[in-house]
Design a protein around this ligand. Structure first.
Ligand code: UDP
Ligand code: MG
Length: 344
């Protein structure tokens, strides 16, 4: 059993003054150029909007000096802190680590590249103060993306709506505000294949959307190529649906039935008309067809077995190489500090 059952995952009591009203969690991968601008815009927006705030950046194995930029920013402003992974673990895991380290009564998750405009945060806060615990940003359009990417996204949402266990609000991504209750619920989820869009929806709590315009990326380029997006989509579907398993079963059953009838047909035909040598092509075709189906089903099962394997290994979700700006504070970070057994 995990030592982090939902009840024990509640954060340890913190020093009251160390608990800001709002935490901003930002996963960062090679964003050295974007960060100073992001911090500037956050300061402008947040200073009037909340009584106290902190910025927790998670450096997800950057190689472009992001960490030294973060150190500089943290030295200049005590509200900024960072953790740095030992390598690239991926955005989803960086978000999980950020949530582990955020102390605020509410947490806003956003990208570092300023595609998520900080100016939307007051609208999130407004909804939060109205009593919504899970406030998600909904992108008003996907104009900034290629048509191919847009279509894949639409297809994915349609598939997920049809087969997934939970409902994903249209156009809602990682840009969102979560109440402390939701954050603790998310932190209590032990899975390693983290499809956070699905997890946000799965935990429930009263939620609402706030639309925002996706800005152009200010610096650098997207870190998500098609291959990564595909594996991300498959992770999402397979963690929230067992339908692919069932498709394999059904396809297998239907094809077995068809092949039985085909066999019967051939037997009867041979009895009536005698043997004929032709038929060789149909043989080859059917062998190929069935091997294909078998491989497909095996592959499907393999995908799930692979995920089971990843879960039962119980590896830590992430490893921290360095922490910046936490020592000065009395914040207690139960999970990130334990190294090992950082179990979640
Ligand atoms: N990111 C990350 N780890 C990765 C890839 C991306 O932490 O392996 C961060 C990245 O720095 C950015 C956010 O995730 O803050 C979104 O990435 P990006 O802008 O490249 O994705 P897109 O906006 O194109 O979907
Ligand atoms: Mg981006």
């Amino acid at each position: 059993m995990s030592e982090f059952s939902p009840s024990s995952a509640a954060p340890a009591p913190r020093h009251p003054s160390s608990r800001p009203e709002l935490s901003i969690v930002v996963p960062v991968h090679n964003e050295a150029d974007s960060l100073p601008l992001l911090v500037e815009r956050l300061k402008q927006v947040l200073d009037g909007a909340v009584s106290s705030w902190e910025l927790v950046c998670v450096d997800d194995g950057s190689r472009d000096g992001t960490l030294s930029v973060l150190k500089q920013l943290s030295a200049n402003d005590g509200r900024i802190s960072a953790i740095s992974f030992s390598r690239n673990f991926g955005k989803e895991i960086a978000i999980a680590a950020g949530l582990d380290h955020a102390a605020g009564d509410a947490v806003v998750i956003m990208d570092a590249d300023l595609q998520h405009p900080p100016e939307t945060i007051p609208a999130f806060l407004q909804k939060w103060r109205e009593g919504f615990l899970n406030v998600y940003g909904q992108r008003s359009d996907r104009d900034g993306e290629s048509a191919l990417k847009r279509n894949f996204a639409r297809m994915f949402y349609r598939l997920f709506a049809r087969f997934g266990e939970t409902e994903l609000p249209e156009g809602a991504g990682d840009f969102r505000l979560l109440d402390r209750k939701v954050v603790d619920a998310l932190r209590a989820l032990p899975e390693r294949a983290r499809f956070s869009k699905g997890l946000y929806a799965w935990v429930g709590f009263p939620g609402t959307g706030v639309t925002f315009d996706v800005a152009e990326r200010e610096h650098g380029e997207t870190k998500f190529r098609y291959r990564k997006l595909f594996s991300f989509a498959f992770d999402g579907l397979s963690s929230f649906s067992t339908v692919p398993l069932k498709i394999a079963t059904w396809a297998g059953a239907v094809i077995a039935l068809i092949s039985t009838f085909t066999a019967l047909y051939f037997v009867i035909r041979t009895m009536v008309f005698g043997t004929d040598l032709p038929g060789f092509p149909s043989l080859i075709v059917s062998i190929m067809f069935f091997s294909g189906i078998q491989l497909l089903s095996l592959g499907m099962i393999g995908e799930y077995v692979g995920r089971i394997f990843a879960e039962v290994k119980r590896r830590p979700l992430y490893l921290i190489g360095e922490r910046v700006g936490f020592a000065a504070r009395t914040v207690d970070h139960p999970r990130g500090d334990a190294l090992p057994p950082l179990i979640r």
